[in-house]
Design a protein. Structure first.
Length: 145
């Protein structure tokens, strides 16, 4: 069974990496969430692919920023929020304009999920924290003892 589990993680990781690669080229497809999923899957299935992904000059830094500081870059946030707005506009605005009907519970669930995702994105820092100045760092270190 372990072999099937590894194969499943490898497959999902490969699909996530492919989706992330598409996101590098197409601005409305989020890249970082797919890269994070790929890294998590490769960590469980292929040490070689996991290390390659983390060391990649273009794909590795966003993964490291997320892992070390929970950072989502301002550019990635903007792309994600634009994509979210477009994906919410379709069922909530465009479909009714075209004469289609989206049930009210589906509209409410879509809007609620979108707001939760937007709130999460906006709550994350856009840059790693600045290191403390040396004297202040020493003072805080001494106070914690």
């Amino acid at each position: 069974m372990e072999r099937w589990k590894r194969a499943g993680y490898l497959s999902v990781g490969s699909l996530a990496l492919a989706a992330g690669a598409v996101g590098v080229v197409l601005p409305l497809i989020p890249t970082v969430p797919f890269l994070l999923l790929a890294a998590a899957c490769f960590a469980r299935s292929s040490e070689r692919l996991h290390e390659w992904l983390l060391r990649h000059p273009r794909l590795g830094p966003p993964i490291e920023s997320w892992r070390s500081h929970g950072v989502i870059s301002a550019r990635a946030k903007a792309a994600a929020l634009i994509t979210l707005a477009i994906s919410l506009a379709f069922p909530l605005g465009i479909v009714p304009l075209l004469g289609g009907e989206v049930p009210l519970p589906a509209q409410a669930l879509t809007a609620c999920a979108g707001l939760c995702v937007a709130a999460f994105l906006l709550s994350r820092p856009s840059r790693p924290p600045e290191p403390l100045p040396e004297p202040l760092a020493l003072t805080r270190s001494a106070e914690s003892r």
